[in-house]
Design a binder for this molecule. Structure first.
Ligand SMILES: Cc1cc2nc3c(=O)[nH]c(=O)nc-3n(C[C@H](O)[C@H](O)[C@H](O)COP(=O)(O)OP(=O)(O)OC[C@H]3O[C@@H](n4cnc5c(N)ncnc54)[C@H](O)[C@@H]3O)c2cc1C
Length: 406
């Protein structure tokens, strides 16, 4: 088939690569000058399937509990809610990590490393949350260790000795790898496999050709708008929703913004060896080579602090947990970066047919796009080629997010 992929972030590039491997003729449309210039530019790099799924399950339990009690009071009975997204997320994340390691082994050896994750908290009232996370992790067959402050300090020698530390949950089997580097290398392999990339080409809309099969991708480049495609895959982040609106479909997707501060390490002995996650603040500190990076949680637009203030908690967290790790005061040594991610109400991406003929979706990965991209791309390519998916994708179907056609 002749296919158009809209968007060249990690989701679009992995999708294009898999489709090209299946022998499709693929053209990628991207408004930026190259791939991975938006959300995929500088993610935290964390690849932790069980941890990610456990956090989603915990969040679901909290929300469900609140809603259940509200509904129970109001209606006097329990109301059905969306199923727990944890198991579906875990299955896709494991599939994705497997595909990522196959690709990197084959295409880019010595990519990524096992780092381990250490979750930390300062307030003892957080213990029950950590204990619940550990029990979900155990249900998922993942080893973890709930430990006291002294043991945590022994494991992570660079932790600030003066900071109050109430406890720690260690998950040894997590990985970390550079998303942008992967995307740029995979893009080159996709090109080698015949995939065309049209950069600096903003998509304005998609249009079915009246009276015949075929879709045109209307864009800022006149010549690119003429060619008809047999199918279109939407991987354009927040723009995905707008592209389906003319068809009367309004996806339940929300745009959020996450901030990151990355800087050169001043003294390696002062920097973390594992990925550190502050459970109370939702800030993750990770080390990649000579760099240390602090990443904040994804915030709703209505909760965004004023310009500049968003980075303050990240600097504070870095200097609180690892004083002296970040080299400051040298021009270019520190980068501040904000990325826009799209999330769905149940934290699972939208994957598969959109409801519009020959239009497919792979979007809404929230803060897990790096982890999920390779698996989602492979599943979508299988669907498009009529092969059964390797994981159950019922929970990912786009229809669940389309009240207009429900
Ligand atoms: C600070 C931060 C930290 C993160 N940490 C992690 C992590 O540790 N682990 C993890 O798994 N995930 C993480 N994420 C999430 C991850 O980065 C995203 O889920 C992922 O990058 C989404 O990929 P994408 O391809 O869907 O989006 P993008 O990378 O944004 O790609 C969408 C592309 O579509 C293009 N586009 C949009 N509209 C148009 C149009 N009209 N025409 C043409 N092109 C268009 C954009 O230019 C863009 O290149 C993090 C995100 C942020 C912001």
């Amino acid at each position: 088939m002749k296919l158009a992929v809209l968007g060249a972030g990690v989701v679009g590039v992995t999708t294009a690569y898999e489709l090209a491997q299946d022998g499709h003729s693929v053209t990628v449309f991207e408004r930026r000058q190259t791939a991975a210039e938006e959300a995929s530019f500088s993610p935290g790099g964390l690849l932790a399937p069980e941890w990610t799924a456990a956090c989603a399950a915990l969040e679901w339990e909290r929300v469900n509990e609140r809603q259940q009690s509200w509904w129970s009071k109001l209606l006097g009975h329990r109301s059905p809610f969306n199923p727990n997204p944890g198991p579906a997320l875990l299955a896709m994340a494991c599939h994705s990590l497997e595909r990522l390691s196959q690709l990197s082994e084959h295409l880019m050896p010595s990519f990524g490393e096992q780092q381990g994750l250490m979750t930390v908290w300062r307030d003892p009232s957080v213990h029950p949350v950590a204990a619940r996370l550990q029990s979900i992790l155990a249900d998922y067959g993942c080893k973890s260790l709930l430990t006291d402050a002294e043991h945590a300090r022994n494991l992570e020698a660079a932790l600030n000795p003066d900071i109050t530390l109430a406890g720690s949950l260690v998950v040894p089997e997590t990985w970390s790898a550079n998303c942008r580097q992967f995307v740029l290398q995979l893009k080159a392999h996709a090109q080698h496999a015949g995939c065309r990339f049209r950069f600096a080409t903003e998509v304005l809309g998609i249009q079915h050709i009246p009276g015949q099969r075929g879709i045109r991708v209307l864009s800022t480049q006149q010549d690119a708008s003429i060619e008809p495609f047999d199918g279109v895959v939407l991987c354009a982040g927040e723009a995905t929703r707008g592209l389906l609106k003319p068809y009367g479909l309004d996806l339940s997707m929300e745009t959020r913004v996450a901030h990151a501060v990355s800087g050169l390490i001043r003294e390696p002995l002062d920097a973390p060896s594992a990925t550190i996650h502050d459970l109370q603040q939702g800030i993750t500190i990770a080390r990649t080579g000579q760099w240390v990076r602090a990443v904040g949680p994804a915030l709703r637009a209505s909760r965004l602090p004023r310009a500049g203030a968003a980075f303050k908690p990240l600097y504070e967290s870095l200097s609180d947990w690892f004083p002296g790790a970040l080299r400051t005061g040298v021009s270019g040594a520190v980068q501040e970066w904000s990325g826009t991610v799209t999330t769905t109400p149940d934290a699972l991406p939208l994957l598969g047919p959109s409801g519009v003929p020959d239009v497919w979706i792979n979007a809404g990965h929230g803060m897990h796009g790096w982890l999920l991209a390779c698996g989602c791309a492979k599943v979508l390519a299988n669907q498009l080629s009529g092969r059964p998916p390797e994981v159950d994708i019922t929970a990912f179907q786009a229809q669940r997010s389309l009240p207009a056609i429900a």
